[in-house]
Write a protein that binds this ligand. Structure first.
Ligand code: GDP
Ligand code: IMO
Ligand code: MG
Length: 428
């Protein structure tokens, strides 16, 4: 038996989808534990490319049961579109389930996400506009609507009436926009509930039984630890807890059931949206990484900000999550560079920092202190094993491993299945 949490270790888009698809070949369950349709996990499988927003990236394996856990916020319309796309591509949905406790992203959450972003002006977060922040606000304000509520027409109407009265006051009185219609929303979303009814289940019970039966489970994180609402670059973060500590709560599994935590890093770093990013590269250097790595958002198509590997935030995240091992993704993107840099500390005025400061102004003022490493200037994409990688790639990766104080388990050298070098047995 094993339960493995797979966690993004930077600002998202590290390549979690690829690793989950690959490891899912050996597991029984894949469970999303937080976030919502803001995630975009790309998987290249059987020569075809898939982009998952809500459905766990294990769905392409016919024997894997995929679960949207209670910690996720679900946009039913987006989910149905994703399921229709999968059906069209011949992917079976017999083993797909949604927690009855998962909260629903409602139309007013999308509206408020946009209006709140507009009102932030230059302080905007750069959200993906999928209603995620406002949906989590309602969850914690205890005005949220859950999947179980959506299935019960009367209960849904009562909860919707209460929530919508409040939201419409915000939409009209604060933002001067037109109110939304209760009848229209009720009809549309109760219709979605009927289409989703067969997938909605007691997934916590299902997973607890799976653990008791010794089945193997992957817990799929979305976003990354630097977007975590507690530990990320607040307020430029997402609205959920992305770290391994939340994997148990968001899936409904006992904490001690989680056997290992795998952290996913890119061999460099990217960020979409606003907020400080100490190792960001501008102009030609940043553009070159973006083009080589096709660094454009999976959900919004926005260009990703690109920078050198940041071992300061990287080690902070490794300790926070207690990573047992790490994967370094997209090594091949660095293949042509003559010199690589790794940030080993930040300089804030006269002070050297080895952990990111909590104060955002301080973080924004931090200058990266770099080590330089010679590049390998050889293609790595065909490498099947560690020994096939050039010596300078070994040195770069071993240095990252040393700075993160965590053993390297996987190195990815291409988007496809199999383009992964396994250094140690993960026992998933
Ligand atoms: P996620 O959100 O963490 O699942 O990551 P995304 O799917 O948003 O972004 C990662 C992108 O990099 C996807 O387009 C992957 O297909 C691609 N990718 C993953 N691993 C590699 C790799 O080792 N090399 C290259 N060149 N691309 C990769
Ligand atoms: P995956 O799972 C990268 C970013 C947004 C914005 C901030 C808050 O593909 O790694 P939100 O809509 O969540 O309120 O936006 O978080 N963001 C992501 N960046 N990858 C993601 O997911 C992201 N999900 C949200 O760009 O800066
Ligand atoms: Mg992504």
């Amino acid at each position: 038996m094993s339960v493995t949490a797979i966690v993004g270790a930077q600002w998202g888009d590290e390549g979690k989808g690829k690793i989950i698809d690959e490891l899912a070949a050996r597991t029984d369950f894949v469970v999303r534990y937080q976030g919502g349709g803001n995630a975009g996990h790309r998987v290249v499988h059987g020569g075809r490319e898939f982009a998952f927003h809500l459905v766990p990236a294990g769905i392409l394996h016919p024997n894997v049961t995929c679960v949207i856990g209670n910690g996720v916020v679900v946009d039913p319309r987006g989910l149905l579109a994703e399921l229709a796309m999968l059906r069209e591509m011949g992917v079976g949905l017999d083993r797909f389930f949604i927690s009855e406790r998962a909260h629903v992203v409602m139309p007013y959450h999308f509206v408020l996400d946009r209006l709140e972003e507009e009102s932030r002006g230059v302080e905007k977060i750069g959200t993906v506009m999928r209603g995620i922040g406002p949906a989590y606000v309602d969850k914690y304000a205890r005005t949220g609507i859950r999947m179980a509520d959506l299935l019960d027409a009367d209960q849904f109407r009562a909860k919707l009436a209460t929530a919508l009265a409040q939201k419409n006051r915000m939409i009209t009185q604060i933002y001067g926009q037109s109110p939304l219609s209760l009848e229209e929303i009720h009809t549309e979303y109760f219709g979605y509930a009927q289409q989703l009814r067969r997938f909605i289940a007691d997934t916590e019970g299902m997973l607890q039984k799976a653990v008791a039966d010794g089945r193997s489970i992957l817990l799929e994180g979305a976003q990354g630890a630097l977007l975590d609402v507690d530990f990320g670059t607040y307020p430029f973060v997402t609205a959920s807890s992305t770290v391994a500590g939340n994997a148990s709560t968001g899936a409904g599994l006992p904490l001690r059931g989680i056997r290992q935590v795998l952290g996913i890093y890119k061999a460099y770093i990217t960020r979409v949206g606003s907020g400080p990013m100490p190792t960001e590269l501008f102009n030609g250097e940043g553009d070159a990484l973006r083009e080589a790595g096709h660094e454009y958002g999976t959900t919004t198509g926005r260009p990703r900000r690109c920078g050198w590997f940041d071992a300061v935030s990287g080690r902070f995240v490794a300790r926070l999550n207690g990573f047992d091992s790490i994967a370094v993704m997209k090594l091949d993107v660095l293949d042509t560079l003559p010199t690589l840099k790794i940030c080993t500390s930040y300089r804030l005025g006269e002070t050297a920092l080895s952990v990111p400061p909590a104060n955002l102004n301080d973080l924004a003022a931090c200058e990266p202190v770099y080590e330089e490493w010679p590049g390998w200037q050889t293609p790595t994409s065909g490498a099947a094993g560690w020994d096939d990688l050039p010596e300078n790639a070994h040195r770069y990766l071993r240095r990252i491993e040393e700075l993160l104080e965590t053993p390297l388990a996987l190195v990815s050298v291409g988007p496809g299945r199999g383009e992964t070098i396994h250094l140690r047995e993960l026992n998933v």
